[in-house]
Design a protein around this ligand. Sequence first.
Ligand code: ADP
Length: 396
Amino acid sequence: MQKISPPNFHFLTIICYNNHMQKPFLKRKQKETKPENPLNNPGYLIAITNNISGAVLVLNKEEKIVHYNAASLDLLNTNTNLLEKGITTILKLKTKEGEPFPLKEKIATSKVSETYEDLRLGEKDEEIRLELTLSPIKSNVFTVKGNETIGYVIFFRDITKTKSLEEERNEFISVVSHELRTPSAVIEGTISNLEILSDRPELDKTILKKTLETAHNQAKTLEKIINDLSTLSRAERNLDAAAEPVDIKALLNQKFLEHTPIAEKAGLRLNLNVHLKSNKLITNPFYIEEILQNLLGNAEKYTDKGEITLKAEETEKNIEISVIDTGIGIAKADREKIFEKFYRAEDFHTRKSEGIGLGLYIVKKLAKKLEAEITLESRPGFGSTFTLKLPKHQSQ
Ligand code: ADP
């Protein structure tokens, strides 16, 4: 009889151990080698497509719908069963020029996946903008042989929001660059005039002063546009958002002192009229300053003669700060629009003054951030009153 040496014995024990484990071990192995393919379950595919935010429609060769996801029902604004329906009978797309989009022809001639941008669906006010990707399904996906088209997948992405943001940004860049061009061209022109003037033996002091004044005014306009843009960008990114205890009376005093010489230079009187019991408010001083800067700046710009009053009073719920002027006033039709971006009244007084119509848009935006209300009362030819109503609930 063969004698089992210790190493072999050791080997045997291992085998025994594995024999002992064989059943569960094998079972596990079977599961790993043959995993269940979830795609064999039709519900799995439906769950996947229903979780896609864009509309997915699968068509057969005859262009009839054989599968669609939940987003398709949203897009077509329907609850009905779409199966077996012809795609072109239920979907009337238009091009961005308003012409009917030839979906039938595109499907009939589709050879490779193609994307069509900026299509329109629905009526004017509720029109949706869509990006459509049409992909033919080839038979070789399922069988090794052949390469014929056996159906189509149509995918829609709603691009309404993206497109309008893009267009708004483009309009913004175009208006701002146009507005920046005017003052910088005037500055360039006046400086080159000064160069010519400086060569003259007898320099006319009055002409020199006028030329310098023009350049200075245009430089101030440039500065105002750049400041407006920077404030807007900071407000949109929520910077400077920290609230702190603010002494409203001191802030108004400071604005009054800053603006008195400006008003005097324009031949106007600036008054300060403050009636407050509690001066302190937990709020954002940067936003309030910026609002007052814009309102006072406008009052100075649109008032030919008379006075401007910076007034503060307290009501039960609010601290109300008003900028009152005796200027050109604002017509009723303009009053509703002047807080919109880039809006400037058609009035010739407005047209002859510098500005790009961002100031009051910023005022409204910042007031909203302060949870405050901004109101306007005006009578053309008599003046305007802008009032910032700051809620007192934060007052100390
Ligand atoms: P901008 O002054 O740069 O044009 P704003 O947004 O500050 O832009 O103002 C928008 C428009 O509202 C002005 O163009 C002007 O027509 C009108 N406006 C603003 N403030 C006054 C005011 N105090 N008096 C008369 N019109 C005003």
